[in-house]
Design a protein around this ligand. Structure first.
Ligand code: BDR
Ligand code: CA
Length: 328
């Protein structure tokens, strides 16, 4: 249980099955003051992301949290969705109702600036999506950094990627934006694939959530049961879903790391995004060497962003934290 005042948090997301899990957690956790949610193209198109985000917040009983529409595409490349993972509607094709309210009448960058600067205490920014909105914010309104405590972003990978063998989806989708984020000049935690994929809620607990009378908990259970559609199948008709509904909390782990930073093991390491075209584009190159190598000896050291990189996660601790918050 947190002590002291709740942490002011803003989530920038591409809802998204696991972004929805993150929103459900953030709304429910007493240690979080969710001040705004901004939307960006990623898992699905930005209008779909806005719709999904508003619906989730309504189901979670948080219809008063401001939501704004952001970038419809990355800085340079076209948008490339992940609907084969997240379903045609970007959120598991669960047949959820359309939202009853509309997003804010300002764009995401404007809302981010307004809410960050208006917060009585420094904000923790949690991007769980491609970093386009955040890069635009940092370039348009650099003064926001004076009221940002930390950026905890889901993205990148130390070891293996998912969008490509080495690149994680959020960074791969907009590598230039991720490079801007890394040089924001505020403390940054990278909650990458290395930890993201490990926090899985066992099937029995997912079944319990699905049977809950509480709509937010029930939605969490349905989302955790979601399985990406294989070729020629529809996600919701996948029999594996009922046989073993165990599911990863994904992006929600980054929000868990905000309220319980001791649940992850981090190291402050140089991180650089590979921007060159080719097989390494979008890779987060994390330097874990103990000493300089020949490149530094012959060419000198280059300036690189230092990031708290999550290398390990206490899986049971985060599963318990998630369930205690969302099912409780
Ligand atoms: C990330 O990509 C998206 O599909 C998920 O929502 C998560 O943010 C994982 O690579
Ligand atoms: Ca996401």
């Amino acid at each position: 249980m947190p002590t002291g005042q709740p942490i002011p948090v803003i989530i920038d997301c591409d809802t998204g099955v696991d972004d929805a899990l993150a929103l459900l957690f953030a709304v429910r956790h007493p240690g979080i003051d969710l001040r705004a949610v901004t939307c960006v193209a990623g898992n699905t198109d930005v209008d779909g992301v806005v719709r999904n985000t508003l619906t989730v917040l309504e189901i979670a009983g948080a219809a008063d949290v401001p939501v704004a529409r952001g970038a419809a595409r990355p800085l340079i490349e076209p948008a490339r969705s992940a609907q084969h993972v997240h379903g045609a509607d970007g959120m598991g094709d669960l047949g959820l109702p359309a939202p009853t309210r509309r997003p804010a009448d300002v764009d995401a960058v404007t809302l981010l600036r307004r809410e960050i600067l208006a917060s009585p205490r420094p904000v923790t920014l949690v991007p769980t999506a491609p970093l386009t909105n955040i890069a635009l914010l940092l370039r348009t309104h650099p003064e926001v950094t004076r009221n940002i405590e930390r950026i905890v972003f889901m993205g990148g990978a130390v070891a293996t990627g998912n969008a490509t063998p080495v690149a994680e989806f959020n960074v791969w989708h907009d590598p230039e934006a991720a490079a801007v984020l890394l040089t924001a000049g505020v403390p940054i935690t990278m909650y990458g694939l290395d930890v993201f994929e490990r926090v899985v809620v066992p099937g029995e607990q997912v079944r319990r959530l699905r049977g809950s009378a509480e709509p937010g908990a029930r939605l969490a259970g349905a989302l955790l049961s979601h399985r990406p559609a294989g070729p020629g199948t529809v996600a919701s008709a996948d029999p594996a879903r009922d046989a073993d509904p165990a599911g990863g909390i994904g992006d929600a782990g980054a929000v868990c790391a905000v309220v319980d930073p001791a649940g992850i093991t981090t190291r402050l390491l140089p991180v650089e995004v590979s921007l060159a075209p080719g097989p390494a584009r979008g890779q987060t190159v994390v330097d874990r060497r103990a000493r300089p190598g020949e490149a530094e000896i012959h060419e000198g050291t280059r300036e690189q962003a230092l990031v708290d990189v999550a290398l390990d996660v206490d899986v049971d601790r985060f599963v318990r934290l998630y369930l205690d918050t969302v099912a409780g």
